[in-house]
Design a protein. Structure first.
Length: 251
């Protein structure tokens, strides 16, 4: 059920598909449920018709800035914080059980727990990128992960999975929206948690998730199309850092 914070579809977008800009002014206003983004005095609505209310002034102002920068048409591809707000308000409040199950599936096959066994240069890169984060997760969050260096699957400790569930239980819908976008982006619960808690920046987490791809590119050359796609995904990681930081969730 991972919600990828995608642009609303034609059917679900209450503002219409790629609507033309119809507003002049954008402002943040205090509402009953939080800091609302208003277009010419009217609150922005999510695809499911909920009022877009954000928990902090800074985050509301950043979302408002995305709407202020809209040119002729709304292009949600360039509005990552708006998409995350939609995900939080429309999906995260009613899908906690599914969210936990999805996160635990990723935890069982976490990228950082399946290091390469060859060549030594790649092993060294993975060790440098992953071991400090795994050590941090154990020390700071009590999450002990087993690295699997064989072809036989090794389940993660039950205690670790339970603690991940506990973290999701106490996270706000806004934090969960960020996590459930970060986990599939990185292929790693560990890296997503490190970004959430400020152990890694968005760029650092994305680089750690791409150690293998970058190693192969260094060996065999870089492809322009693949590089363009990686740049777009890297921008998503940076926007997630901004999201968490403005939520005040980072330490």
């Amino acid at each position: 059920m991972t919600y990828k914070a995608e642009a609303p579809s034609k059917a679900s977008d209450s503002l219409g598909y790629r609507p033309k800009r119809f507003w002049t002014g954008v402002a943040v206003s205090e509402g009953a449920e939080g800091h609302e983004v208003h277009l010419d005095g009217r609150a922005v609505k999510t695809p499911q018709g909920r009022t877009m209310a954000l928990p902090t002034t800074g985050l509301a102002e950043a979302v408002a800035a995305e709407w202020a920068q809209v040119a002729e048409h709304v292009d949600y591809a360039h509005m990552p914080l708006t998409r995350l707000a939609f995900a939080a308000l429309d999906r995260m409040g009613e899908t906690l059980a599914e969210t936990r199950a999805e996160a635990l599936r990723y935890a069982e096959t976490d990228l950082t727990c399946y290091p390469s066994d060859y060549p030594q240069a790649l092993i060294a890169r993975e060790t440098a990128a992953w071991q400090p984060v795994l050590a941090w997760a154990e020390t700071e969050l009590g999450l002990r992960f087993h690295q699997n260096k064989t072809l036989i699957h090794k389940p993660q400790p039950v205690e670790t999975l339970e603690k991940i569930s506990d973290l999701l239980n106490v996270a706000s819908i806004y934090e969960r929206a960020g996590l459930m976008s970060a986990i599939p982006l990185f292929g790693s619960v560990v890296l997503a948690l490190a970004l959430w808690r400020g152990r890694l920046t968005g760029a650092e987490a994305f680089a750690a998730a791409r150690v293998g791809e970058d190693f192969q590119a260094d060996q065999w050359g870089r492809d322009a199309e693949a590089e363009q796609r990686a740049e777009a995904l890297g921008a998503q990681a940076v926007s997630l850092e901004t999201w968490f930081k403005l939520l005040g969730a980072m330490a």
